[in-house]
Design a protein around this ligand. Sequence first.
Ligand SMILES: Nc1ncnc2c1ncn2[C@@H]1O[C@H](COP(=O)(O)OP(=O)(O)OP(=O)(O)O)[C@@H](O)[C@H]1O
Length: 389
Amino acid sequence: MIEVVNEPLVSFNGLHYSVNIETEGNKYKSFQLETNSSENCNPAISDPAVFSLESDTVLTVLDSIKSGTGRTNENDLCNNVIVPILSALGVSFQVLKTASCNSVGEFAQTIDRNYNHIIIIISGDTSISELLNNLPASDSEARESQLCLLPLPMGTGNAWASSLQLKCPIKTFRGFINKRLSPKKFPLYRAIFPNKKSTVFFIILSLGFHANLLHLCNDQRFTSMGVERFQIASKEIFDNYNLTYQIKIPGIIDAKFSYFAVINTPNLEAYYMPSPSSDPLNSELHVIGYSASLKRDQLLQRIMKGYSNKPGDSLIDDGVTYEPIDGDFEIIVKDDPSKSPKTTFEICCDGQLLNLLDLHSAGASSENKITVKFLKDYSCYNLKVFSPL
Ligand SMILES: Nc1ncnc2c1ncn2[C@@H]1O[C@H](COP(=O)(O)OP(=O)(O)OP(=O)(O)O)[C@@H](O)[C@H]1O
């Protein structure tokens, strides 16, 4: 069903701006900017404190154009809303639209560290992960400039933005432009694999059902499908996978799970909250484990509970492990690779699909272990995210 709502945006210089947002299900079909003289506008949303740019700050609008369902002329948030408003405000800014899957990473490597930066990133989680993973390393001699992200959720999952209470791109931009969001520090974690390769993550690292599902959905035959791919792939996994994974976090857990994840954010999608005790601004991960002893319907019921959880809800239930962790730890997959299918070692790390068996140095036989480190001074920037929290 197609719906249209008019969202007020901002008032300045005697003009009031609002946006007609047309949606179909969870897809944005169009964004249309409307301008009226501000006599007609609701005084409650006329805010004199509109955004202005400090002289030492570079403002970039980074549009990851393939995120979500991609851009059309009608739903081009950047061209239809962001650029006209920033231009009307008279602030200087640059626009970068991605040309390939390397564009976000290449941009991250070239950010001028002599300035502070605000980056309005129009994307989902993967693009943000690419940005963070490609930032220059920490360098004690460099000036610590500030890099503040404003994520406008236009991807598929948008776990991070949803968890930061930034669920609608227009309301998020309104909060920013009316100075109702403030920059906050946020935690990052590093997953280090047996061959010492590593990746920085900020949402989830999973094994078992969640990782298997994302790996399977990546298969060619699912690419043309919408969200129904998850249902079809879930059934295939329930029918064909053993879903028993022997996982140990020394000193914390040692058990057989069907579903296993360490997670930083409460939400994985706007309306799916598997970790109600998580706070995306707090340096703390939660282990979520659903026991391999659960029957299939019990496992499904615990996975689906994420759709009804509210912040702070308890997950206590039979066969459920839910533990906070606030320091470095190791995850060991104890299954024997010679007796287990390769799917036992599948990993999903913020959307990156990996297999632990491919992450060993050639010729070396090492444990199937992932070391997770809590990062303190990651990159040469003082990283922040705009949030109402
Ligand atoms: N012009 C382009 N050509 C090819 N790939 C692109 C292009 N622009 C962006 N990409 C890639 O598309 C991906 C978009 O991922 P993003 O996370 O932003 O959206 P999503 O996958 O829909 O959302 P989520 O990760 O929240 O589910 C990124 O890997 C990005 O590098």
